[in-house]
Ligand binder design. Sequence first.
Ligand SMILES: Cc1cc2nc3c(=O)[nH]c(=O)nc-3n(C[C@H](O)[C@H](O)[C@H](O)COP(=O)(O)OP(=O)(O)OC[C@H]3O[C@@H](n4cnc5c(N)ncnc54)[C@H](O)[C@@H]3O)c2cc1C
Length: 460
Amino acid sequence: MTNTASKPTVAVVGGGLAGLAAAATAAEHGLHVELFEQGETLGGRAGSFRDPQTGQLVDYCQHVAMGCCTNLADFCRRTGVADCFGRYRRLHFFAPDGTRHDFAPAGWLPAPLHLVPGLMRLRYFTLGERWDIARALWWLAREPLAGGDDETIGEWLCRNGQSARAIEQFWSVVLLSALSETVDRASLAAAKKVFVDGLLAHAQAYELLVPQLPLGEIFDRRVAAWLADRNVVIHQGTRVKQIDGDARRATAVVLPDGTRRQFDFIVVAVPWRRVCALFPESMLAAMPALRRVEGIQPAPITAVHLWFNRPITRLPHATLVGRLSQWIFEGQYLQVVISGSHGVAGREREDILAEVRRDLEAVWAEARGARLLHWRVITRPAAVFSARPGLEKIRPDQHTPVENLMLAGDWTATGWPATMEGAVRSGYLAVEAVLRSLGRNERLLVPDLPRGRLVRWMLG
Ligand SMILES: Cc1cc2nc3c(=O)[nH]c(=O)nc-3n(C[C@H](O)[C@H](O)[C@H](O)COP(=O)(O)OP(=O)(O)OC[C@H]3O[C@@H](n4cnc5c(N)ncnc54)[C@H](O)[C@@H]3O)c2cc1C
């Protein structure tokens, strides 16, 4: 083994959450880790930038997690940043007519019945529509997916008698938030996962975890310091140009200046659209599954950052139903998130801003007449992968056919949508594979929230 002080050595390529999770667990399990990140900061897509006008550290886009994100929670506990997230048990929906409807499942009822009182309080639906939604949730949970993964959730909802209004104002609202994808594109399998894991399976699954600090402070500063304390060598601003090797072994990480660094294991944790370019033909030929990831489609997310001269709402977050502005977050300034923003591409920024302001003014009196001091619109065209039918068949396993080469990244086979949770899971699974290669069968993946008897019965 190439070694430093006899520890097996691991190179992690990519300092997003997948790479950070891999680096953290590998270091904790006695491996010597070096992390290569091409950017100047860690956190990848879950990152921040310094806004030149206000001087504030601003997230490219507000990120939230949920109670069902057990591995992200474990990663944050391990690295000492769990207290950087606030937990919210009440969600605030504003109906198209501007009325507010709070959603708070009943903790005293066993899952999945805990949802019933919250659902019944969504009075912008008729009683009949609420009943139809509840019934369809039940059927979705019991859906065997016998036809494989080739149907969209939109087709399934129509087949199961959901009205256009229920689709637009309930199903789309949840799925856009969770998958950043529209119902006519998202797969039935991905939607089932969202509703089962995120709502039905456990009374705390739906709880919202919102970072109370900029993501850059959490991942680029605090987690980086934690890693450095555990002797992880972090190379920021260092792009990996290529991974050398053959069909059997990855031999080196090659940097742009030609430097070749040898490691016992290499974990590649870059986005799916960058991964194939890192390997020579001889290695790609040994990994046919990897070539297929080029078929994964992206989905866009737009964040509108607004600095007003006064707060617009006292709510820390809210969901606006039936509007361009889907989620708003009020903190050091106001942020509006538009997920699955396919329709926004190509529109002028001023035009997007004007519609967002109309949305805010329709819901909050404080927005009318508030002075806008500064604003930014940031669209990430490839924010996440699109969870379309057939996707699960092309997501590769973390352990590749090349014996010492592992993959991580939200796009690898985790069963999760493109989320921080999916990224952390992939990093844990990659390190599990490294440990297995060393003859150590240690489990790092944290189980899902426990499912009660009623949930197990519902799921058949
Ligand atoms: C706008 C937006 C909003 C989102 N909202 C949410 C949300 O609310 N909740 C949620 O859970 N998730 C959300 N996500 C998704 C979440 O950010 C991602 O799923 C997750 O951060 C992906 O982590 P990753 O490590 O797999 O990939 P990335 O974060 O993309 O990290 C990959 C890293 O690899 C580096 N890299 C690439 N090539 C090289 C190379 N050759 N050498 C060295 N380094 C390289 C990149 O610079 C990057 O830092 C959002 C994403 C976006 C973009």
